[in-house]
Design a protein around this ligand. Structure first.
Ligand code: 0WD
Ligand code: CA
Length: 381
């Protein structure tokens, strides 16, 4: 039977079908060609100091300065627990900053972004890179769900994470072991990063997790344009391309891999997250430090972000970068179709649990708001 317009009867409404209220997340549904993705370009930078204060500059950018020898395979033997008891200042994790620092940057740099007739900020989405990483990993995630709050304001969709109950419990019940693991990641950076381009790392200094350097970038995934910001560990003064984000390096520490089973799990879970995180903002190099059972760095290993999809392709039950990107494309379209009330006092809360579809609810309680009054006022000028 033909389905052309002439076969439509009068009773059938001509309106398009209402947008679907849930989104399938199964990885097999997103197999296919890699979608269009434009290389991210940096539009700005900001830093957060030791008291978590915002500065619209690169003061907290550090340089990748591995000591001679370790890059040639000499075991560094760095103690990642050094200073845990007496040289460690923790960021207060009870403070929920949401999009605060990105909005501060946007407010101060509106002229760099260009406006269109229809909207003051000519981007479809504004969010943290970490939130997009979670979306990309969703088709392969089987442990942790997420909550993403979205508001449409003057034609732009703002996405901000809300902590799930499970995540809050996990944070409040964090064991010393988990706290030490978190510390070891920051400590690893202190052995490789110098404050100055031609300086040396100073691992005897205090580790303060309030400090951060963030890059602000513009990117496009299929028909979605976005402004995204992510924390960057350091810049390689010897990178073949000295332009950001191509000179940036992501540092990771991870337990030493001892057997085939651990290798498979590393490829399946860690490399998935590492790839998504760095690919999204165009970081070409990930330097991993593998710790031994005493918490000392036994080996350094470089991963070129673009090599990771090839490294994991041969594995059984592996992940596929195209699936991650196709799912993200579908999720952003899903959000665009549903979030239609242009009002910062309306929040659409998208929620997902492993094994389920993405669903949403709509909230007008101020407790859910993601855009502060000062930002709304600034954009109304
Ligand atoms: O409000 C929130 N729920 C969040 C805020 C969740 C995640 C991040 N943030 C903010 C913070 O202000 C942080 O400075 O984002 C910034 C980092 O943003 P991102 O680059 O989008 O986050 P992500 O890619 O998840 O993490 C990058 C690094 C991490 O390095 P590793 O190697 O572990 O991936 O940022 C750090 C961490 O060093 N980091 C955080 N720092 C402060 N607050 C947070 C956090 N909640 N999460 C990760
Ligand atoms: Ca890192």
């Amino acid at each position: 039977r033909s389905h052309d317009a002439s076969s439509c009867t009068a009773e059938q409404p001509k309106r398009p079908a209402p947008p679907s209220s849930s989104l399938n997340t199964h990885h097999l549904s997103y197999k296919g060609a890699f979608p269009f993705f434009r290389l991210p370009s940096e539009v700005g930078r900001f830093s957060l100091d030791s008291e978590r204060h915002y500065h619209g500059d690169s003061r907290k950018l550090r340089y990748y300065r591995p000591p001679p020898g370790v890059e040639r395979g000499v075991s560094p033997g760095w103690d990642l627990m050094d200073g845990y008891e007496d040289r460690f200042v923790r960021r207060d994790e009870n403070v929920k900053e949401g999009l605060l620092h990105i909005l501060t940057w946007v407010k101060e740099n509106q002229e760099l972004l260009g406006e269109s007739k229809s909207r003051p900020l000519d981007r479809d989405f504004v969010t943290w890179r970490g939130h997009l990483t979670k979306i990309l990993c969703t088709p392969y995630e089987n442990q942790e769900g997420w909550l993403l709050a979205v508001s449409l304001f003057k034609g732009t969709l703002y996405i901000s994470e809300r902590e799930t109950e499970v995540a809050r419990k996990k944070r409040e019940e964090k064991t010393t072991m988990q706290d030490k693991l978190m510390y070891s990641g920051y400590k690893f950076e202190s052995y490789l990063c110098a404050e100055l381009r031609d300086g040396q790392p100073s691992p005897t200094e205090v580790v303060n997790t309030n400090e951060a350097f963030c890059s602000v970038l513009l990117a496009r995934l299929s028909k979605h344009s976005f402004l995204v910001s992510g924390e960057v560990d350091c810049c390689d003064p010897q990178a073949s391309n000295s332009n950001p984000p191509f000179c940036y390096v992501e540092l990771k520490s991870s337990a030493k891999i001892r057997n085939q089973h651990q290798q498979r799990s590393f490829n399946r879970y860690k490399l998935l997250k590492w790839w998504c995180q760095s690919f999204l903002i165009g970081i070409p190099l990930i330097v991993a430090g593998f710790r031994d059972s005493e918490g000392k760095v036994a080996v350094l290993q470089n991963y070129r972000t673009s090599d990771i999809p090839h490294l994991i392709r041969k594995d059984q039950h592996s992940w596929d970068p195209a699936v991650c990107m196709n799912f993200c494309d579908a999720f952003l379209s899903f959000v665009k179709n549903l979030v239609t009330r242009d009002d910062p006092r309306v929040v659409y809360l998208f929620s997902w649990e492993p094994g389920r579809d993405v669903t949403y609810s709509v909230h007008t309680d101020p407790n859910y708001f993601i855009l502060p009054a000062w930002y709304i006022e600034a954009m109304n000028q």
